[in-house]
Design a protein around this ligand. Structure first.
Ligand code: AMP
Length: 421
């Protein structure tokens, strides 16, 4: 099914071909016509499924069709769990909106405003002066801005919840309830979540009116194409191995996202790489929002070669054509492993995920493989063949009589002490 049969306007179809999108992904195929027809949508979709365009395109088309009044009011509200996702979704809106007819002195006739916490509120208040058409927000900052009378939600026609499960995971339930109270009762709701725990199910039931339910598999064209490798290395030699791999695979390792277990680790590893003249920066939750945004922008624009990150970067982020992800420290859980490696191999472009495995983490890596149903043999790289022997960790329950270790205990026991938090 081509994009042309989804009911999109000529301007948006030109945008689609301008972006070289050939066929819609399954979530786009189902959600775009439903949303254009004004239906509520309940989509089970992961990052990588093309879900952003699935709500961005119909919203832009609805705004394109609406006659523009002189004063702008918020007609579409998109709630997201994290600052990075807010920035990313806001950019996607702006990017597509440029293709719509607009006065010559403006980049777009539609104004998109992104708001999130962790940065000063004043520029965001200024940005909302004169109104706006689309707001992409994290819930806490949105409420702050409403409390400062910087915007109102009484003209909202479409509400999108993106990554609803993470909104709950991150403790936004109360803020979400407050925002929902401020919205007009009659509106369209587009609701996307990767998983459907009880809280999300319940919200969907109260929020949505006869929704079109969509379960989106990953589209063939966005099917992750990720080669996974595991390299045995002694823990103290991991930075040297990383340098070696970056320097000896210049073609393929043009940009590398390296995952470490701690903020401190992110600082140390990136500093060592910089000393070796490799352009690297850390990325973790203790950096200012300005710094985090800068690092991501530099990485996306290939001004940075390596980003050394904690798991703060493992979900949601879409870094186009990222060729390599390295697990310098293994993730704590098998689920985190999937999220981390999913940063590469996106939108049909092949990716490589390399895990460094030391004697102390070998058992943990076996558990990750078992959980995720894959098996890799450990590679040895000349000059880095490990000498360490796996420590005898003793009984996995720490010797507590009568307590059999459960799966969580075993996973925890297999993570080296310095990685445990
Ligand atoms: P998302 O799941 O919205 O984060 O999208 C993941 C990636 O897929 C983004 O880089 C999009 O630009 C890309 N993408 C979305 N829809 C399509 C499509 N129909 N064809 C090709 N790439 C797409």
């Amino acid at each position: 099914m081509p994009f042309a049969s989804l009911g999109l306007s000529p301007a948006l179809l030109r945008a689609v071909s301008g972006k070289n999108y050939v066929t819609p992904t399954p979530i786009q195929r189902a959600a775009i016509p439903a949303a254009l027809a004004g239906r509520d949508v309940l989509g089970s979709a992961q990052t990588g499924s093309g879900k952003t365009a699935a709500f961005v395109l119909p919203i832009l088309q609805q705004l394109e069709a609406a006659t523009q009044s002189k004063t702008r009011s918020v007609k579409a509200l998109i709630l997201v769990p994290t600052r990075e996702l807010a920035a990313q979704v806001g950019e996607t809106f702006r990017d597509w909106a440029r293709y719509l007819p607009h006065p010559p002195h403006l980049a777009s006739a539609i104004k998109v405003t992104t708001v999130f916490g962790g940065v000063s509120i004043n520029p965001q208040m200024l940005g909302l002066r004169g109104g706006t058409d689309i707001v992409v927000a994290t819930p806490g900052r949105l409420l702050d801005l409403i409390d400062h009378n910087a915007l109102t939600l009484d003209a909202v026609q479409t509400l999108v919840l993106d990554e609803a499960d993470r909104l709950f995971d991150l403790g936004f339930a109360d803020e979400l309830a407050r925002v929902l109270d401020l919205l007009p009762n009659v509106r369209q709701n587009l609701f996307f979540s990767a998983t459907f725990p009880h809280a999300v199910e319940q919200l969907a039931q109260t929020l949505l009116q006869d929704p079109v339910r969509i379960i989106a598999p990953r589209a063939p064209e966005t099917q992750p194409d990720i080669t996974q490798r595991a390299i045995a290395v002694d823990a103290p030699r991991r930075t040297q191995l990383l340098r070696y791999l970056i320097e000896h695979n210049k073609q393929e390792w043009q940009r590398v996202l390296v995952f470490v277990a701690t903020k401190h680790g992110a600082e140390i590893v990136s500093e060592k790489l910089r000393k070796a003249r490799i352009n690297a920066e850390p990325f973790h939750g203790e950096l200012s929002q300005g710094k985090r945004t800068q690092v991501l922008a530099d990485f996306k624009a290939s001004r940075l070669k390596v980003v050394v990150a904690t798991d703060v970067a493992s979900r949601g982020l879409d870094i186009a054509e990222l060729p390599v992800v390295v697990n310098y420290d293994l993730p704590r859980s098998a689920v985190d492993y999937v999220h981390r490696i999913g940063r590469t191999g996106r939108a049909g472009i092949a990716g490589l995920a390399v895990s460094f495995v030391s004697a102390a983490t070998e058992a943990h890596f076996r558990l990750i493989q078992k959980r995720q149903n894959f098996e890799l043999s450990l590679e040895h790289i000349e000059g880095f063949v490990p000498l360490e022997i796996a420590p005898d960790t003793g009984p996995a329950n720490g010797g507590i009589k009568g307590k059999r270790p459960n799966k969580k205990d075993k996973l925890r026991a297999a993570v080296p002490k310095e990685q445990q938090t």
